[in-house]
Design a protein around this ligand. Structure first.
Ligand code: MG
Ligand code: MG
Length: 246
């Protein structure tokens, strides 16, 4: 679905709220802080900006952010898990402004982390930006995933295949699905007004996932570390515009 410039302006406002949530949470996350405390930081920003959460109550999800530490890939529920020196944690959150959605994620170090963890986070970001660079008018949807996968594989890491990015607009998850790998065909053309959430999930080991008993948390099947990065991006006449930046 192609969005008008007025619609994209609303998504830009939602995206700025998401960026502010990221900034505040990044500043609050340190050893000894629980993931539930980070959820409260996210709630405060939403309230102050008069924005709604698209995570809270999504299929019953109980928080406004997802917190996924270490071998957890995505969809972790904030709670009494206490961050420790050496952890990495993925923070994923979104906001709704005037009915339009933003969605973005990042993975950050807590204190001093291993070289492998640093490299994994760097590659998740680099893969995200390589995918974003493909979001130009007339290019093909699956060139995004091809670019993400190339960055991950060059670094010796895996790309999660069971989950990916998505269209976004008046709902958080709209068509199309955006794979983070080359699915063997180029897919539909990207056009001005298309808005996508691109979100590589990169693992240091294999790409297989397991779901925990809470019905949400997804961890790597081999317990290897994982990093996740996401932005909401519009295709414009001037190339990709990342809507979830400050
Ligand atoms: Mg998303
Ligand atoms: Mg997200």
């Amino acid at each position: 679905m192609r969005r008008s410039s007025d619609e994209i302006a609303k998504m830009r406002r939602a995206g700025r709220v998401v960026a502010e949530m990221h900034d505040r949470i990044r500043a609050a996350a340190r050893p000894g802080v629980t993931t539930a405390a980070l959820d409260l930081v996210g709630r405060e920003v939403l309230e102050r900006r008069g924005a709604k959460s698209n995570f809270l109550n999504y299929h019953g999800f109980p928080a406004v952010i997802c917190t996924s530490p270490n071998d957890m890939v995505v969809h972790g529920i904030p709670g009494d898990f206490m961050l420790e020196d050496g952890d990495i944690v993925s923070i994923d959150c979104g906001a709704i402004v005037e009915g339009y959605h933003g969605d973005a994620a990042f993975t950050m170090p807590i204190g001093q982390v291993s070289d492998q963890a640093s490299e994994l986070m760097r590659v998740a970001e680099a893969g995200l930006w390589a995918g974003i660079a493909q979001m130009t008018d007339g290019n093909r949807l699956n060139h995004i995933g091809r670019a993400v996968e190339e960055v991950a594989h060059r670094a010796g890491f895996s790309v999660v295949r069971e989950y990916g990015g998505h269209g976004i607009g008046t709902a958080m998850h709209e068509d199309p699905h955006v794979p983070n790998y080359w699915p063997g065909r180029p897919g539909p053309k990207l056009r001005v007004g298309h808005v996508l959430a691109v979100e590589p999930m990169i693992t240091a080991g294999g790409p297989e996932l397991c779901q925990l008993d809470d019905g949400w948390s997804l961890v790597t099947a081999d317990s290897s570390l994982s990093a996740h990065a996401e932005h909401t991006i519009a295709v414009t006449e001037h190339g990709p515009e990342v809507l979830t930046l400050p």
